[in-house]
Write a protein that binds this ligand. Structure first.
Ligand SMILES: Nc1ncnc2c1ncn2[C@@H]1O[C@H](COP(=O)(O)OP(=O)(O)OP(=O)(O)O)[C@@H](O)[C@H]1O
Ligand SMILES: [Mg+2]
Length: 347
């Protein structure tokens, strides 16, 4: 288990502020945030490269705040891998075990296990300069894992890979974690990566962790405008909830929407574009919001299309090519925008 208690660290103009975070045994925790928000600094505080100005770092019920990095049993894979250029893959992986004078037989067994786990058996005699980014990545992870650390820290391990290799390696990382179960913190900018890998995730902004939760929670119930935008929410509005009765409504300009929220007064309202269904006929259901809307623009977006709508408020919906063909959607057409009460997130 990793516990960060009230961590504060000042580095020049940058401040890591008030970090409180508990990561459970065997958990795969992803930290997500834009560049320069302190993601790497958090890992370096956990690993002991930086001592916090205030606060404590606990690893497995041990206060390690004053301990040297070497005694913390942490495996750290850096953003740029940092393999030893003059050592081949095998020597890189076994470097720490050799320093500890591990018996040759045990080193051989561990090397075989790691090389198989990371699929690099064929690379063992190669030097880092001759390896692709992905191969260096695998080698760096093998080198970190061979020491059987209590905690694995991965700083943007997949950022150098192309989209397809990224997807493959994400699945592999998940499987490796299922096998070895080492408590892991993985840093990324990529929300999809977090969705695939994370048991839980934390979102960082300006040196602070602003939301912690399951990927589902963060994705569907962002706690602020920053998080909502960061996870790709497109429909974000100012609203007012004034009604204290059961059938809660939020007013956004000329539009009233049903919501499930205990908040009152001025709020922000967010609706995911993929939660908005487009219908030609007015479906009736009390649990839903149903707005008449006219299509203003249709823009391709990967395998989907973005539909820009005027529903009294500007809405963006995500639809398939099939939906466009079947309903003959085009700019100027009048449709209904339908979404559940639960799709209207208020914060
Ligand atoms: N030793 C230092 N002295 C002064 N400023 C520092 C130091 N180390 C880091 N910083 C600053 O702290 C901020 C956070 O850095 P950090 O490397 O944690 O960002 P990050 O979230 O990992 O970004 P990226 O996604 O680009 O890797 C940056 O503005 C960086 O310039
Ligand atoms: Mg970084």
């Amino acid at each position: 288990m990793i516990r960060l208690c009230n961590i504060y660290k000042s580095l020049g103009d940058f401040k890591l502020k008030n970090i409180n975070l508990t990561i459970e045994d065997n958990e795969y925790f992803v930290i997500l945030g834009p560049t320069g928000t302190g993601k790497t600094v958090i890992l370096e505080v956990i690993a002991g490269m930086y001592k916090p100005d205030h606060g404590e770092v606990w690893l497995n019920e041990r206060n390690v705040t004053e301990e040297y990095p070497e005694s913390r049993h942490i495996g750290f894979v850096y953003q740029d891998y940092m393999l030893f250029p003059h050592l081949n893959v095998e020597e890189n992986i076994l470097f720490a075990l050799k320093l500890k004078k591990t018996p040759a037989k045990i080193m051989k067994e561990k090397l075989e296990r790691m090389a198989t786990l990371l699929n690099i058996n064929h690379l063992l005699q190669r030097y880092p300069a001759t390896l692709s980014g992905g191969e260096q990545q695998r080698t760096a992870i093998a080198r970190a894992l061979v020491a059987e650390p209590d905690v694995l820290l991965l700083d943007e391990p997949l950022s150098a890979l192309d989209p397809r290799s990224k997807e493959v390696f994400q699945q592999e990382l998940k499987q490796i974690h299922r096998q070895i179960k080492t408590t892991t913190i993985h840093i990324t900018h990529d929300f999809n990566e977090a969705l695939v890998l994370a048991d839980r995730m934390g979102i960082m902004c300006n040196g602070e962790i602003v939301q912690v939760g399951s990927p589902e929670d963060v994705f569907h119930k962002p706690c602020s405008q920053f998080v909502a935008t960061f996870v790709g929410m497109e429909n974000i509005f100012n609203g007012i909830i004034s009604d204290e009765s059961d059938a809660r409504q939020v007013r956004i300009g000329p539009v009233q929407l049903r919501v499930a929220s205990n908040l009152l007064g001025k709020v922000r309202v967010a609706i995911r574009s993929e939660d908005i269904i487009i219908a030609e006929d007015k479906l009736s259901s009390s649990a839903q919001n149903i707005l008449p809307a006219s299509i203003t623009e249709i823009v391709p977006r990967g395998p989907f299309f973005k539909l820009f709508l005027d529903a009294g408020i500007p809405l963006v919906a995500l639809v398939t090519r099939q939906a466009i063909d079947e309903m003959r959607l085009e700019p100027g057409k009048n449709v209904w925008a339908v979404f559940k009460t639960a799709a209207v997130h208020v914060f």
